[in-house]
Design a binder for this molecule. Structure first.
Ligand code: ZN
Ligand code: ZN
Length: 452
């Protein structure tokens, strides 16, 4: 998932947390012999093992569709815990099913397996030093030897999902439903020319047999450790990568009229694209799309007008209609401006884009007290992010809830922020407990039919 600005909330009041816990509890717990009545204490007990697992995964990151060892490690642990395990889903995906001893619904939790092509600079004892060949669709780095790092926190997501597996499997007989853990490859995108990620998992039947009624996912982010941000409707944006080529005719810089200069044409196109969000989008209906040119390339020498300029960038939109509209407008704008100068322009949208994602509003309302309870601070409600995540694909099939949890280690709280996707991104280990408690309690709340 892409970078999200950190939230700034007050320090976690521990006293308030425990009081809230006593006040809410799990509704079925009071005096009923509920084996999870002291779930927070159970999670705290298993936390050291979960932290150890995260560090081991962090030290051995793997890129999308190549998460062989990570998948093996996850599958082994799930089998030890008594899960029915399926491997090789959507290349390297692992699906674990734990059928509880009591009747009830199927609840899914999703975690991602993949890391990013980035050289780690955290200096941590368990930092990654691994390298791999970049096979992604970034035109500059493709084919190169790159550092690999869990810079999006997927190591934390896996560790939390295993934590949930441990705490719920410990009293399997009492579990009123079925837990389905989905460990998904290639969230950051598959290698060029390959399929992958959530869409491929769905295509291969991950939401069937057994079919989950709902799906939960937590994404860690820079921000106060253990605090949650939740949107009740739209959560993530679509993300599309484009490559535009503006072609003129090469000539001497002293005699531009003897050729066609693509440089001013590219400049006009870049500026005109910004009028799509600011002048052409109906801002009374939807927030604006985002169009960013991240790379601009062309030219051979200071006194030669080049034949071609290439632009690469990212487009973020928040509905399917807006996405289609913006892509069309970008192509039309580029072509028309180029034509006016006798140049040509093409805009190519690379495969593997992300669709926008939405939370189920009723599910969000129903689970909000759990998040409040485990974090002990008010949950920040917002209208989603321009970051993208293919969790959206599941939530387009069944009701889903995707939350963000702050994990900046307190010692780094007042230092310059290293967001996700940066080489200095770090995860506060004790916050994993908060995530495990949230996911376990939401699962139990749904299975028990509480808060409907
Ligand atoms: Zn990411
Ligand atoms: Zn991510």
């Amino acid at each position: 998932m892409a970078t999200i600005p950190p939230s700034r909330s007050p320090i976690k009041p521990l006293l308030a947390l425990s009081l809230l816990w006593l006040a809410i509890g799990t509704q079925a717990s009071a005096g009923s012999g509920d084996p999870w009545a002291d779930l927070p204490a159970q999670v705290d007990t298993l936390l050291p093992g979960v932290i150890e697992l995260r560090h081991a995964i962090h030290r051995h990151p793997e890129l999308g569709n190549r998460e062989f060892k990570t998948a093996e490690r996850i599958a082994r642990r799930l089998r030890e815990l008594g899960f029915e395990v399926q491997t090789g889903v959507a290349h390297t995906g692992v699906v674990g099913v734990l059928k509880g001893g009591q009747p009830g619904p199927v609840v899914a939790i999703r975690a991602e397996l993949d890391a990013l092509p980035l050289t780690e600079q955290t200096g941590l004892a368990y930092a990654s030093t691994l390298r791999a060949k970049d096979e992604g669709n970034d035109l500059r780095s493709r084919g190169k030897d790159v550092g690999v790092m869990h810079a999006c926190g997927h190591d934390a997501h896996m560790a939390m999902a295993i934590g949930v597996a441990e705490v719920l499997a410990a009293h399997r007989d009492a579990l009123p439903g079925t837990l389905k853990l989905i460990f998904q490859p290639a969230e950051e995108g598959p290698p060029l020319g390959e399929q992958g990620g959530a869409a491929l998992m769905i295509k291969q039947g991950v939401l069937q047999a057994p079919a989950p009624e709902v799906i939960f996912g937590i994404h860690v982010t820079a921000g106060t450790a253990g605090t949650f941000t939740l949107s009740k409707a739209r959560t993530t944006a679509s993300a599309d990568t484009f490559v535009a080529r503006i072609t003129g005719r090469q000539t001497h810089a002293a005699f531009p009229w003897t050729g066609i200069d693509p440089v001013p044409v590219a400049a006009q196109i870049i500026l005109a694209w910004q009028t799509i969000p600011s002048r052409q989008s109906n801002l009374s209906v939807l927030p604006a799309p985002v169009i960013s040119v991240g790379r601009l390339e062309g030219g051979d020498r200071h006194n030669i007008i080049p034949a071609e300029i290439r632009l690469e960038g990212s487009i973020r939109t928040i509905s399917d209609e807006q996405r289609e509209d913006v892509l069309k407008r970008m192509s039309n704008t580029a072509q028309s401006i180029a034509q006016a100068s006798g140049a040509t322009a093409t805009v190519e949208y690379l495969p593997g884009g992300y669709r926008s994602g939405y939370n189920d509003t009723a599910l969000a309302e129903r689970m909000l007290p759990v998040l409040q309870q485990v974090s002990g601070t008010p949950v920040k409600i917002d209208n989603g992010t321009y970051g993208a995540d293919d969790f959206a694909e599941y939530a387009r099939q069944i009701p889903g809830l995707f939350m963000r949890m702050g994990v900046t280690p307190p010692a780094l709280q007042d230092k310059p922020v290293w967001p996700t996707h940066s080489p200095g991104f770090q995860v506060d280990d004790p916050s994993l407990a908060t995530g495990i408690k949230a996911l376990s309690l939401m699962t139990l709340r749904y299975m028990r039919g509480e808060g409907q």
